[in-house]
Each structure stands twice: as C-alpha cells, then as structure tokens.
Ligand binder design. Structure first.
Ligand code: ADP
Ligand code: MG
Length: 584
C-alpha cells in the first residue's frame, strides 16, 4: 500500500522534484528526467538510461559520476515519452555520442528508438543496448525478447565505467553487450503492489503462494508454488541461474561471479540476508568464486514483496570496469575524484514555440477536432477501470491510466491551441505531442502518431474534405504500423484500426456523408476489437503471456473502438448543423 501522496496524478512529478531537491550533489532536473549535476570531460560518451518511475533506485538514483549521465524518468510504470528521452539525452550529451540502455520493454523500446532517431538526425551519434537479464521472460533461444530487471545495474555500470575510461561509442556498445550477455536474473513475488491513489493492488498473488518469474510490473509469471523456506528459495534461484551458463564461459566451476540479491520493495533486508546465506553456500558448492556480492534494493516495484537473484559472470575487463568508483544518490563504490559542478544551462523545449493561426475554415475543422478530443476524454474516463483490467490480464494493467493521462493532456493542449486560433493540423499536432508526452507507454506513442497523421492530412488552411479525413486515417494506420511494427493478427490496436480505415474509405468512396461513413466504420471497429479476443498477442507486453489473453479482447483495440464510436457521435451532431456535404 502506498500511503503518502497528494493528487495521485502528480505523484511522479512530485517524487522527482523531491528526489532532485535531496540529491543536488549528484543530479539536476531537466525536462523529462535528470542529468548529472557534475561536469564530464568533453568527448566522453554519455550513458542515458531510463524507464517508468516506481523502481527506485532505478533509474534516477543511478545517475552520477561513474554511472549514468542522465535518466529519462517516465510516469509510474510507464515508459518515458520520446520527447522526455530526447530532452534528457540532449542535456547529457558531451560530444562523445550517446549510449541508450534500459530494460527491454515495448513502450521503452518504441520511445527510446524514436528519440535515438531524432538525435541521429541532429548529428549526435547514438546507439542502444537493451538489458535482457530476466531468464523467465523468454527461452534462451529468444534472449532478445527477454525483459530487463535488476541486471540493469551491471550493464549500466560496465558501460558507464567504459565511458569514464575514455572508450569511444563503439567500444562502450561492445562492453554493454558483453555485460548484458553475461548477466542473468531470476525472480519471484509474494504480493502485488499498489500504485498511489489506487484502492486495489495492480495484481495479486494468492496468500501463501509465490509467483515464479513474475515481472516487475506484474506481468504474469511462469509458475506458482507454495512459499518455500528461505533456503528453498535460494535453491530455486541458484539452480535456475546455474542452468544457463552464458556463452564464452566454461561452466560455474572457477567462474568469477558478482551475485546481486535484489529486494522488490517490501522484502526486509534481514530476509534477504537469510536467503543470501544459502545462496553463497550453494554458489561455493558449485565452485563459483564470489566477487563483491550485493544484497539490497537495486530495482524495486513500489511495495511489491519479492526479489530476484542476478549473476554477473565476469571476465577480466568486466571485473576491472565493475570495480571502478561510482558516486550516485543510491549507489556508491570506492572513491571518485569529485568533478566540478555543471552550470545550469537551460534546455528549451520545442513545444514552447508560438501557435500559428489557421484559416477560418480550418479553425472550424479544429473546433470539430477539439470536440472529438473532448468526447475521447469522456469515453476514456468512463472506461478507465475496464481498460486497466483488460491490460492486467496479460499486460501490465496501465492501459486505462495511460490513456486517461494522454487524453486529458491532449485536451488541455488542444484547448490552448483552439483559443490561439490554430487550424486543424496545428491543434492535432499539439494534442499529439501532449498525448505522447504525458501518457508514456506504447499506446501513448502510437496515439501521438495517429493524431499527428490525421492533422497533417487536414492541414491548417483548406476546409478538410471527406477524402482528406480518409487519407488522414489511412496515414495514421501506416504510421502506427511503421512505428510499432505490428502486423494484422498480432492482437494490437492495428486489428481494429485497419478494418476501420478500410470501412471508412469504402463508405466515403461509395458517396456516404462523412458522419455516416464514420458511424458504419466505427461499428466495424467495435466488431473487430471484440474479435481480437480469439487472437494470440505477438507484440508488446502481452506477448510473453500470450495464452493468458485468449478469450479477452486486446485493450488497445478496445479503447480504439470506444474512441471512434465517441468521435462518431460528435461528427453526427456536427453534420446535423451543417449543410455543405462535400466538406467534413
Ligand atoms: P504498454 O504496452 O506500454 O503498457 P498500454 O498498456 O497503454 O502500453 O497499451 C497497450 C496496447 O498498445 C495493446 O493492447 C496494443 O493494442 C497496443 N500495442 C502494443 N504494442 C503495439 C505495437 N507494437 N503496435 C501497435 N499497437 C501496439
Ligand atoms: Mg500496458
């Protein structure tokens, strides 16, 4: 239970403000997260990490000399937006390029990749190594699909130490890949966690039972057993991990390994030590040479009771890098030579530029778009719990709150744009920016793409025609598929969006008024969304638990159908008051 908060929606921002106020020696706030408050030598590669909030010390607590140069800090359990990642990376960069590293979650991958593209386009060399240490999240043959948990620390630390040692970007990438290949984790959980303001846990584990391999956002595990003894747990963790020796290592005997026993938030240090006692015995029995063991909290999940064991299989280079000094808010090791404080050079945000005024015809279309966003907010507010529940079945349960955050932010931005006389394209572009920035997650980024695509098709000048709306929806579908790489049948919002787009085109080509064609297409979307219940997910966070979602529709497809239905009502009302039929 998280007991102390003000407005739940402000929790992440207020947490970051307090974290920065308490740790000015190490970090300073920039839009989207934090960067080191100390200087780094010109030409040093910047290691930029990040992810959702709620995992302290990941990720802001790991910024400082010897570790990360910056951390993008998203909302609770939601990936940071593309803008946040770009902003932090730009502030952290020192002329040596950027290495992005983070746990391998779909929303993070989408937003970090998009930010990486923007940085490259701006001439800043950027590379990515995602952390994939959790062996329970995919089989060894599909290591690239595994998610990142407490093993983040070894990868971030090795890469950052390499950067501090003056390695170039390609070499830092090599080290990060090697560290990731040699880091394996396995975890269990005894209870769920409750986000601030929520009256129920995000998920639950039955009393007296232990979820094996459960994800740090509650992604379902691979097994459930009775809670074992401390020694029983140690045996499960060690045997699971020793069963998977990394490539390039000859076996456990003689291997030099850093064990990290990580608590997820509600496990006592004392319990961890009792477990570690047996972990150390078992590793020694297997012939392992234990190096620099860590027992404590390195990646948490609010008040989740549970933990994981990470084994970091060293070689000479990794051991040297591991031993390099670090000084961050949450992690210190050895003695660093204190660097100078950085000047507070301002980072400006692209969104703070003036709003261009649209033509009267486009202002009218913008008013309709504003009405559509108002209807979106209403329908999402009414269904927020349902969307969360759908997402909790095989995903992480945040689809309702993510959509709510995004839609409300989009509405605020759209209102501001409408007041300033914006045309449809500008209004939707502002709304798109706000949506993806505030929602985070996969769906936030995709709705940003959707709104922006529709906006560009409508423009800021002409009164949009029905064909422009059709083209806008089609380009939203193309954009979402290009960005998220989902194909029809993968059980995502694409499975509702494509049939919707096709039906809208058919209706308009057949001569129907926009409102009628839209209403018919919305019905097609609702049916298609319901039909996703029969599909197996192949994308996003639901993928590792595909079979659990059979019989339940995809949350993103369902919310899409709800939204186009709501927008249909706005267009129907609009059409009634307007005579001209060839215009939207
Ligand atoms: P996250 O997956 O980051 O937690 P949400 O829970 O808000 O984000 O959204 C989940 C929904 O996003 C899914 O139900 C699915 O419809 C959609 N989605 C996930 N990945 C993709 C993708 N690659 N392409 C299209 N849609 C996707
Ligand atoms: Mg989700």
């Amino acid at each position: 239970m998280t007991r102390l908060y003000n407005a739940p929606a402000d929790f992440a921002d207020e947490m970051i403000a307090g974290f920065v106020a308490a740790n000015g020696r190490h970090v300073r706030a920039v839009p989207g997260g934090v960067v080191r408050s100390t200087t780094s030598p010109a030409g040093q590669v910047a290691v930029v990490i990040g992810g959702g909030s709620g995992h302290y010390p990941a990720f802001g607590g790991l910024v400082g000399q010897g570790l990360a140069h910056g951390a993008a800090m998203g909302n609770l359990f939601a990936s940071p937006s593309t803008q946040q990642v770009r902003s932090v990376a730009t502030a952290a960069e020192h002329g040596g390029g950027v290495l992005f590293s983070y746990g391998n979650y779909a929303g993070d991958v989408l937003n970090f990749d998009a930010a990486q593209e923007q940085l490259r386009a701006a001439g800043i060399p950027s590379e990515t190594v995602t952390v994939t240490d959790d062996i329970s999240s995919a089989p060894a043959a599909e290591k690239h699909k595994r998610r990142g948990i407490a093993g983040d620390l070894t990868v971030f630390k090795s890469a950052a130490a390499a950067a501090e040692a003056g390695y170039g970007l390609a070499e830092v990438v090599r080290v990060a890949r090697l560290a990731n290949e040699r880091t394996r984790s396995f975890g269990v959980a005894f209870t769920g966690c409750t986000l601030p303001g929520s009256d129920a846990p995000l998920f639950t584990v039955p009393e007296g039972r232990m979820a094996v391999g459960l994800g740090i956002h509650g992604e379902p595990g691979i097994d459930e057993t009775d809670v074992p003894t401390a020694d029983g747990l140690a045996e499960l963790l060690v045997s699971s991990l020793l069963a998977e020796v990394p490539d390039g290592v000859d076996g456990a005997r003689g291997a030099r390994i850093v064990p990290i026993l990580n608590g997820l938030g509600a496990l006592k240090y004392e319990e961890l030590f009792v477990v570690y006692r047996r972990v150390a015995e078992l590793l020694e029995q297997a012939g392992v040479e234990i190096v620099d063991p860590h027992v404590g909290e390195y990646c948490t999940s609010f008040d989740m009771a549970g933990g994981s064991l990470t084994l970091f299989w060293l070689d000479d280079e990794l051991e040297r890098l591991w031993n390099a000094p670090v000084d961050t808010p949450a992690y210190r090791h050895g003695a660093v030579t204190a660097a100078e404080r950085r000047h507070a050079d301002e980072v400006t945000d692209a969104a703070s530029t003036a709003i261009p005024v649209g033509s009267p015809a486009s202002q009218q279309a913008a008013a309709t778009a504003l009405g559509a966003i108002e209807a979106t907010v209403e329908v999402i507010d009414a269904h927020v719990d349902e969307l969360g529940r759908l997402d909790a079945i095989a995903g992480d349960g945040d689809h309702g709150i993510g959509m709510q955050r995004g839609a409300h932010a989009a509405l605020a931005a759209a209102r501001e744009a409408a007041q300033a006389g914006a045309g449809a394209a500008t209004l939707l572009d502002r709304a798109a920016h706000a949506w993806s920035d505030r929602a985070g997650g996969t769906s936030g980024a995709l709705w940003g793409v959707a709104l922006r695509s529709v906006g560009s098709a409508l423009g800021d000048h002409a009164a949009p025609t029905r064909q422009a709306v059709v083209a806008g929806v089609a380009s939203a579908a193309d954009g979402i598929m290009a960005y998220g790489k989902a194909q029809p049948g993968d059980k995502t919002m694409v499975d509702a969006l494509l049939p919707f787009s096709a039906a809208l085109r058919r209706g308009v080509d057949g001569g129907a008024r926009l409102a009628d064609a839209w209403a018919a297409a919305a019905d097609v979307a609702s049916e298609a969304a319901a039909a996703t219940a029969d599909l197996l997910p192949r994308m996003g966070r639901a993928r590792p638990h595909a079979e659990k979602s059979l019989g339940t529709p995809d949350p993103g497809a369902h919310s899409f159908a709800l939204i186009v239905q709501a927008v249909g009502s706005v267009l129907a009302g609009d059409a009634g008051t307007r005579k001209e039929d060839q215009h939207a």
